[in-house]
Design a protein around this ligand. Structure first.
Ligand SMILES: Nc1ncnc2c1ncn2[C@@H]1O[C@H](COP(=O)(O)OP(=O)(O)O)[C@@H](O)[C@H]1O
Ligand SMILES: [Mg+2]
Length: 263
């Protein structure tokens, strides 16, 4: 039995069927990517797992329990935490205050809270340096670190991320995906939704391709990266590759040796 088992879910917005019988699985310690173009249903998938949208049919099981109709806050408490699209941090609160809110479930256990915060600061030294700074004054990459850090505060067993690299430079996008890869290696399962297919496939164990609310392709990340259909649809042609390479060159010129801070 996998840690997460999504079986044939159907999710509607009014009479628009956004998910049409979607099934995915994530094992403990696994990093799984979901690829798909705009409007495919990626966000809806993550929101449904978190209890923010409801499946009209089908089921979501987490850690051997049915959570299809479980309240969102309770799902977080059971160890499934989402880093939402667009980060959603509190811009008028400090870094430390944002993290404390992430740990609200342990608000009565100060020692545990401090321990979790130390783990987050070890993971993202840049956040430790900026702990007293208002979140709204952080760079895009630092805000994404904070959004991920806030999720880590809940001590998740599965962390889901909705386009964490959106709006970040290729360098920072890679750094973020690599650190998320490390979570999986340390036993926290990861389900990441990405439009940045090339980078996601480079670090994930497995991947699914989502098209109009259904999984149309799945397999080992390395197999999908080599798949002609995936290359055509998601890895771009010559022009996109040239563009990415150009971006990489530009970044090399101003390369920050440690984009996540510290060291
Ligand atoms: N709140 C909403 N109300 C109505 N339709 C929505 C809503 N959110 C998403 N949709 C529709 O559901 C489909 C899937 O959207 P979404 O899950 O956001 O896709 P993705 O994240 O892959 O871009 C799209 O057709 C989108 O227009
Ligand atoms: Mg989306």
């Amino acid at each position: 039995m996998a840690l997460l088992e999504v079986d044939d879910i159907h999710v509607f917005y009014g009479n628009i069927e956004a998910l049409r019988g979607l099934s995915i699985q994530v094992d403990g310690g696994e990093m799984v990517a979901v690829l798909g173009s705009n409007g495919a249903g990626k966000t809806t998938t993550l929101r449904t797992l978190s209890g923010l949208e409801r499946a009209r049919a089908g089921s979501v099981r987490f850690d051997d329990q049915d959570i299809t109709r479980t309240a969102a806050h309770e799902i977080v408490g059971r160890g499934l935490c989402q880093v939402p699209e667009g980060r959603r941090i509190f811009t008028t609160l400090t870094v430390a205050e944002n993290l404390a809110l992430g740990g609200y479930l342990m608000r009565n256990r100060q020692q545990e809270l401090r321990q979790r915060r130390d783990v987050v600061y070890e993971t993202f030294p840049r956040l430790a340096e900026r702990r007293g700074q208002l979140a709204g004054t952080l760079s895009g990459g630092e805000q994404q670190m904070l959004a991920i850090g806030r999720a880590l505060m809940t001590q998740p067993r599965l962390i889901t991320l909705d386009e964490p690299s959106l709006g970040l430079s290729p360098l920072l996008a890679r750094a973020i995906l690599k650190i998320v890869r490390r979570f999986a290696d340390e036993g926290v399962a990861v389900l990441v939704v990405e439009q940045n297919a090339r980078q996601a496939l480079a670090v994930a164990d497995r991947a699914y391709v989502l098209e109009t609310g259904r999984i149309v392709l799945e397999g080992a990340a390395s197999d999908l990266a080599a798949d002609e259909r995936v290359q055509k649809a998601y890895l771009g042609g010559f022009e996109q590759i040239v563009e990415e390479e150009e971006g990489r060159e530009k970044e090399k010129e101003k390369e920050d040796p440690s984009p996540l801070g510290g060291g």
